[in-house]
Design a protein around this ligand. Sequence first.
Ligand code: C5P
Length: 134
Amino acid sequence: MTRQTKIVSAAALVDREGRILLAQRPPGKHLAGTWEFPGGKLEAGESPEQALIRELAEELGIETQESCLSPAAFASHSYEEFDLLLLVYACRKWRGTPEGREGQALRWARPAEMFRLDMPPADKPLIGLLDALI
Ligand code: C5P
């Protein structure tokens, strides 16, 4: 059987105080309860930036522009069921106020606080890079 690789684009949305938005994965989903950089899987034919703009609109109700997304970091992680390639973009400008459109809780956190949070194993190694990005 071929092992599946999922490609996920995610955002480090940075506010004026240098905090980053995290979204809590809802009950019933893989890694429910963990705090992730918001984003989601690429659909067929989408670039990582297009996927992220769509996901941020669907999940958080905010509008972002491709020109404001800076490629920041990537991570890969082998989950039990699939391999994940996580592409993270830093973003400081968007329109609208993020809200959990799919019922997910949101929180703004500084990198130092994130070390204490339960985050997906793919996201966790990126925390140490954030201070250099924001
Ligand atoms: O959000 P979605 O379920 O489409 O994500 C696909 C997979 O990527 C999930 O298994 C999720 O746990 C993982 N993921 C992650 N870190 C993120 C976003 C998604 O590990 N920031």
